[in-house]
Design a binder for this molecule. Structure first.
Ligand code: APR
Length: 264
């Protein structure tokens, strides 16, 4: 008799998951993960950020050197959006999966919604809006709560408390390299996983998008996305759903099935 938790899943997925126990689950998330919390994605829907804003004007080292006040203002606007948002049931479910089954969370997102939902170990491939640092000496900076503002506001970045340089957003801009230690940790997670859940990414930005291909042969790969995406991996099941709807159901079933003893 199929349990209620498995009955709530699409049958092929229930069949895929009910046949084994998973001990090294990894979730790889993108901007779609936070869309249900009101944070716009970059390339999907009518309000994708890159359809309204030019990444060359706002998200490159060149843009920063050209006009720091414009770039800083835009990132403070985004920090304000995230600060005003709340984690949704999908974030909460993943935090529970990490707490109860040791799941790994690797994200391209620069928001802190995974952590605010209770996740304690989140690998941020593209940095964080909440980790500003000195552009010269790298000293982390503490910022006051973000100003309620608009995306076109021009705000002078604060100065480093250690050296006379300016504080920059703690995100990875186009044209910048990802932090090697962060890529290494994400790669080890994915290469060792026994179930890979890809949530809310278009799979178009490398090298992050390429990491999902590190999942070993035979490891089930599940994608949750209301639209078709270009994820670079052999996806075994595409669940055309949203993060907020699908993840609580998935986590309930995975935890009911119990996990193998070893953890991520
Ligand atoms: N639930 C799940 N997925 C969703 C939802 C939702 N509610 N809403 C949209 N999506 C999907 C879209 O269909 C799309 O495939 O999320 C994906 C978002 O894609 P992008 O906007 O391209 O975001 P992402 O893949 O995270 O972008 C990668 O690009 O701009 C850079 O550094 C930035 O980390 C970002 C990287």
């Amino acid at each position: 008799m199929t349990s209620p938790a498995f009955a709530a899943l699409p049958t092929p997925l229930a069949d895929l998951l009910s046949s084994r126990r998973f001990g090294r689950i990894v979730v790889f998330s993108g901007a779609g993960m936070s869309e249900d919390s009101g944070i716009p994605t970059f390339r999907s829907g009518s309000n994708g950020l890159w359809s309204a804003f030019d990444p060359q004007q706002l998200a490159t080292p060149e843009a920063w050197h050209r006009d720091r006040a414009l770039v800083w203002g835009w990132y403070e606007w985004r920090r304000g959006l995230v600060a005003a948002a709340r984690p949704h049931p999908g974030h909460v479910a993943l935090a529970r999966l990490q707490r109860e089954a040791g799941a790994g969370i690797v994200t391209q997102n620069v928001d802190d919604l995974h952590e605010r939902a209770g996740a304690t170990d989140v690998v941020h491939l593209h940095g964080s809006l909440f980790a500003p640092r000195c552009e010269t000496c790298g000293t982390p900076a503490q910022l006051p709560p973000p100003p309620a503002g608009d995306p076109a506001q021009r705000l002078e970045p604060p100065r480093c408390e250690r050296c006379p340089a300016l504080i920059r957003p703690g995100v990875v801009w186009f044209g910048e390299s990802l932090e090697p230690a962060v890529v290494d940790k994400a790669s080890r997670h994915i290469a060792a996983c026994d179930l890979l859940v890809i949530v809310g990414t278009s799979g178009t930005v490398y090298p992050a998008a390429g990491l999902v291909a590190l999942a070993a042969d035979g490891v089930p790969v599940l994608e949750i996305n209301p639209q078709r995406a270009e994820v670079a991996s052999n996806v075994d099941f595409r669940w055309r759903s949203t993060a907020a709807q699908a993840l609580p159901l998935l986590v309930e079933a995975l935890l009911e099935a119990g996990t193998a003893d070893h953890k991520c």
